[in-house]
Design a protein around this ligand. Structure first.
Ligand code: URA
Length: 248
């Protein structure tokens, strides 16, 4: 018999929305299962059930795809932009599946971004408490003292709460700036920039080079490629410290 899964997970796997957004759709009464409106989160469904969102039937994506992009500056990581700026989706032409970015990078931040149509994966990897460590290379103004580096490592108070421990090292000293390698384990909004700003060393340039064990390698800005099977296992396996299923 076909496996039954929770409705919000099913909608996410259909590539319609993230799991969080799917929950909102259900609560708002936009979802029907076999013709009956469902507003309960616990409902279980399988591919045999007829699931409709806003009156339109949805089906599981046949193929879950995972893409890595080297995001250039000057692109937003949302699917569309009210200000009409270019989005990262403009860069992944030729992908038939409806992929969307996992997490965010600022407009001017460059580097590793994962895009997928696996809404369940996207949900789990950005869920607070389950975040994967992320490695950034940040050029900051000036040269932070040892004490400032310690503060960055131990925690900087942002919005009233200290950041969790980070790994921070100086990898290059320039004339009026320095380059730091910063590894953080949470994903607060504009976290690296706000941490550096808070200790008096604003970020001049920011690039993400790794998400967990997945590294950007020599992908050029604007280039993308599909993740290998091994890489998919890497990113799926690290999101909460253990392997988490098969991608169903
Ligand atoms: N931290 C930031 O400040 N900006 C990003 O784009 C990513 C992490």
């Amino acid at each position: 018999m076909e496996e039954k899964i929770r409705l919000q997970k099913y909608i996410a796997q259909c590539g319609i929305a993230s799991r969080r957004h799917a929950e909102e759709m259900i609560k708002a009464g936009r979802v029907r299962v076999n013709g009956v409106k469902v507003t309960e989160m616990g409902t279980l469904v399988s591919g045999r059930d007829k699931v409709e969102v806003d009156g339109k039937p949805i089906k599981k994506e046949k193929r879950l795809v995972y893409i890595m992009l080297n995001k250039p500056a000057g692109y937003v990581t949302t699917v569309s932009d009210p200000q009409g700026r270019k989005t990262v989706l403009d860069l992944v032409q030729g992908v038939e599946e409806r992929v969307y970015p996992v997490g965010r990078l600022d407009y001017d931040t460059t580097g590793l971004l994962i895009l997928t149509n696996d809404g369940d994966f996207a949900y789990k990897s950005t869920h607070p408490g389950h975040e994967t460590k992320k490695t950034y290379i940040a050029e900051v103004s000036g040269l932070p003292s040892n004490e400032t580096l310690r503060t960055l490592r131990e925690g900087v108070v942002l919005d009233g709460t200290p950041t969790s421990p980070a790994e921070v090292e100086v990898i290059e000293i320039r004339d009026k700036s320095s380059v730091l390698k910063i590894i953080i384990h949470e994903g607060r909004n504009r976290q690296v920039k706000r941490m550096c700003e808070a200790v008096g060393h604003p970020v001049l340039k920011l690039k993400r080079t790794a998400i967990g064990k997945l590294t950007l390698g020599n992908l050029k800005p604007g280039e993308w490629r599909y993740l290998s099977g091994h890489e998919i296992k890497l990113v799926r396996g690290i999101k909460n410290g253990r392997k988490t299923g098969t991608g169903k």
